[in-house]
Design a protein around this ligand. Structure first.
Ligand code: 5GP
Length: 137
């Protein structure tokens, strides 16, 4: 049983902010910004590519509501919604989850978003071809 399943079953405590028959939203124990919330399905799926479309649609609807509540309730100026897949992408808990992170002007957090450049138009097109093939396949 993963840590989120233990939260769902109340085996370990969490600060829950929303629950319905198939979804749970609770405060992240290690917030990037205070108010950082996790939205999870009660059934464990992982990663996103193995998660049913209807589950993803429901999760995003709850993320939208949590984001609106962070803006309304916390006075957030913006919100990051993030979902990690695989250790290389920073995923730690193997149970699909969306991070909904309230953002405030001057909150001091900066993503290490080091934008790179393609060496040539052919360089970007070569990769686009492979992704298009993946979409078609
Ligand atoms: P990931 O890196 O897998 O995308 O994110 C996992 C998140 O789960 C982290 O932000 C981490 O702080 C949070 N987390 C891990 N264990 C617990 C826990 O026991 N309780 C709560 N509330 N959050 C947790």
């Amino acid at each position: 049983m993963n840590i989120f399943e233990k939260i769902i079953s109340r085996e370990i405590p969490a600060t829950i902010i929303y629950e319905d028959e198939d979804t749970l939203a609770f405060m992240d124990i290690g917030p990037i910004i205070k108010g950082h919330t996790l939205v999870i399905p009660k059934i464990c799926y992982d990663p996103v590519t193995e998660t049913p479309d209807d589950v993803l649609a429901k999760l995003m609807q709850i993320c939208k509501r949590v984001a609106a509540a962070q803006i309304k309730g916390l006075g957030a100026d913006g919100v990051n919604i993030i979902q990690n897949n695989g250790a290389s992408a920073g995923q730690v808990v193997p149970h699909i989850h969306f991070h909904v992170i309230p953002r405030f002007e001057g909150d001091g957090h900066h993503w290490n978003w080091a934008a790179k450049k393609y060496e040539s138009p052919a360089g970007v097109e070569n990769l686009a071809v492979k992704i298009r093939e993946g979409l078609a396949g």
